[in-house]
Design a protein around this ligand. Structure first.
Ligand SMILES: [Cu+2]
Length: 283
């Protein structure tokens, strides 16, 4: 069989057209494995992820989140710390007040919030370990969706590298307490986001509604009062210590914003309050 493949490659006079198995091993770039996550409410006030979790080859994954529900959802990824379990993670998240000891998890990436009917994809390294997809969006009663069932463990085998090659694209960074954005144009763009700070950060993207401004979006993100003047279009969660991931955007003319709502590790104030918000106008 291999002989036939090689002959076809030679005949086509372009090795690029052949599958990756035919390339020399030194040039092998892993193709991300797709993990589809469907997020929706179901009957009886429960919230569910449908995770199509096949084995992740080469520890590089594209997490594709489709929101088929009626509320905004995300699929953040928390990675259970070495020596800890999913039950330790649940116990920590369910404890009241300040839990004792260090958190039994690190931020493993995943997506930020996408509005109903929307979809967002994050491509990232997934080092071997136990993870949980979680949605932190509050429901009508204020409790986060993960408490109501939007919590899906996933085990990744393989190696533990975090330095896998991501798709080519424009680089952007998140740090305390600001973003650096490349110049962006209308059309399809791949953003590669790196956390160069000391704390975990969100890279929540929103598109400001026509007739509204970036200030309107900032005020709403701080207060959540009234109808949202922006649509939430996804983005990624990037862990401290160099967390990196990438996602594809289809930008149209208009104003977009990126923001982080995580609490500061020192004083508990939201990173948004500390200035972690930036707008960009696409012309
Ligand atoms: Cu932040």
């Amino acid at each position: 069989m291999r002989k036939i493949v090689v002959v076809v490659c030679l005949l086509s006079l372009t090795f690029a057209a052949c599958g990756r198995n035919d390339r020399p091993v030194v040039d092998a770039t892993p193709e991300p494995t797709t993990i589809n996550v469907e997020a929706a409410e179901s009957t009886g006030g429960t919230y569910k992820f449908g995770v199509d979790a096949t084995a992740v080859v080469d520890n590089l994954a594209s997490v594709v989140v489709k929101n088929t529900g009626a509320e905004p959802h995300q699929a953040a990824l928390l990675k259970v710390a070495d020596g800890k379990t999913i039950d330790d993670l649940k116990a920590f998240l369910g404890s009241q007040g300040a839990p004792a000891g260090p958190p039994p998890f690190t931020v493993g990436g995943g997506t930020m919030v996408v509005d109903p009917g929307g979809s967002t994809t994050v491509t990232q390294a997934l080092p071997a370990g136990t993870y949980a997809f979680m949605c932190f969006v509050p429901g009508p009663d204020g409790a986060p969706h993960f408490v109501k069932g939007m919590f899906a463990p996933i085990t990744i085998t393989g190696n533990s590298t975090t330095s896998l090659p991501l798709p080519d694209g424009e680089n952007s960074t998140a740090t305390e307490f600001k973003y650096e954005l490349p110049s962006l144009k209308a059309g399809t763009t791949v953003l590669r986001v790196k956390n160069s700070g000391q704390q975990d950060h969100e890279y929540q993207l929103g598109r400001v509604a026509d007739g509204k401004t970036a200030d309107d979006a900032l005020n709403w993100l701080k207060t959540h009062q009234g109808a949202p003047p922006l649509s939430l279009i996804g983005g990624s969660l990037v862990g401290r210590g160099g967390g990196t991931n990438s996602f594809k955007l289809n930008l149209k003319k208009g104003t977009y914003v990126v923001s982080c709502g995580l609490p500061d590790s020192a004083d508990g104030k939201s990173h948004l309050e500390k200035g972690m918000f930036q707008s960009v106008t696409i012309t």
